[in-house]
Write a protein of this length. Structure first.
Ligand code: ZN
Length: 274
């Protein structure tokens, strides 16, 4: 019955194609004010879908960008609150007391799964404004998405030993330093955004492979759209990630691709409880 077989095979084709493309949890996206004009929310969501993203952790300067994307695709976008109203706040927020009422007002009005991504280094982590942000995150049970050095991560844990921290870019640290931190802190996860040495040429180097095997539950991928142009890199980044993930055992690759993100944010529900 060749005809029936052909029909059956045709019916299976779309399934086979989607199975080949591993879903991705992109743990590091921003949709900041300078991206909105040229890339409306519907177009931004179309890019995320084209990239085959299962879910995405999104934070923006200002927060309205995150809210627009979340409204457009609540099942896809996981909202995170940055302490930045504009790009300029990145350099000044740690000493800017107006950041605190901004965060408090946003937390009253909206729902978030995380606080960040924020930039915080060394002793600045103990300044009053960051300390208040860390306390707010604890109060609201938010994951902290920290672009920080080792010293600042340690200071955050001294303020809140139970904090769940997603360490942006794994601190741009070498694998040995990342290992030390992961061994020390059970509630520390890493995104690998904006770095390439762990997967250049579709190959995972031996020191990264060993680290990922030791901590299969702690790594995730991310594009980091820190400028509007980088939105056009999200699809390519997902493809690049799938290439190096393909060099790992399939179960480990799946964890890093999306399962670890899903697990960390399993508490998050897109709709508020009735
Ligand atoms: Zn970022």
């Amino acid at each position: 019955m060749p005809t029936r077989l052909a029909v059956l095979l045709l019916a299976m084709l779309p399934l086979a194609a989607s199975a080949a493309e591993m879903p991705i949890f992109d743990a590091h996206l921003h949709y900041s004010h300078d991206a909105w004009a040229n890339l409306p929310p519907a177009d931004a969501i179309a890019i995320l879908r084209k990239a085959g993203l299962r879910r995405a952790l999104v934070s923006s300067s200002g927060d309205d960008g995150t809210q627009r994307l979340f409204d457009a695709a609540p099942g896809l976008v996981i909202p995170s609150l940055r302490p930045y109203r504009t790009r300029g706040d990145v350099a000044t927020w740690v000493r800017d007391e107006t950041v605190v009422p901004f965060l408090e007002e946003r937390l009253r009005a909206g729902r978030y799964a995380a606080m960040g991504e924020f930039h915080l280094y060394g002793a600045d982590a103990d300044l009053p404004v960051p300390a208040r942000m860390i306390a707010l995150a604890r109060e609201h049970k938010l994951v902290l998405h920290a672009h920080s050095d080792v010293d600042a991560i340690e200071r955050i844990y001294r303020q809140d030993p139970a904090a769940r921290i997603l360490w942006a870019h794994a601190g741009f640290e070498r694998p040995d330093a990342v290992r030390d931190m992961l061994r020390k802190h059970v509630n520390l996860w890493c995104d690998l955004a904006f770095r390439t040495e762990h997967g250049a040429g579709g190959k995972v180097p031996v020191e990264w492979r060993a680290l990922m095997r030791e901590f299969p539950d702690r790594f995730m991928v991310g594009t980091d759209t820190f400028t509007p142009e980088r939105w056009h890199y999200i699809v390519e980044h997902a493809g690049w990630s799938r290439a190096w993930l393909g060099d790992l055992p399939p179960a480990l690759a799946e964890r890093i691709a999306w399962r670890n993100g899903d697990a960390l944010f399993s508490f998050w529900k897109p709709a508020a409880a009735p």
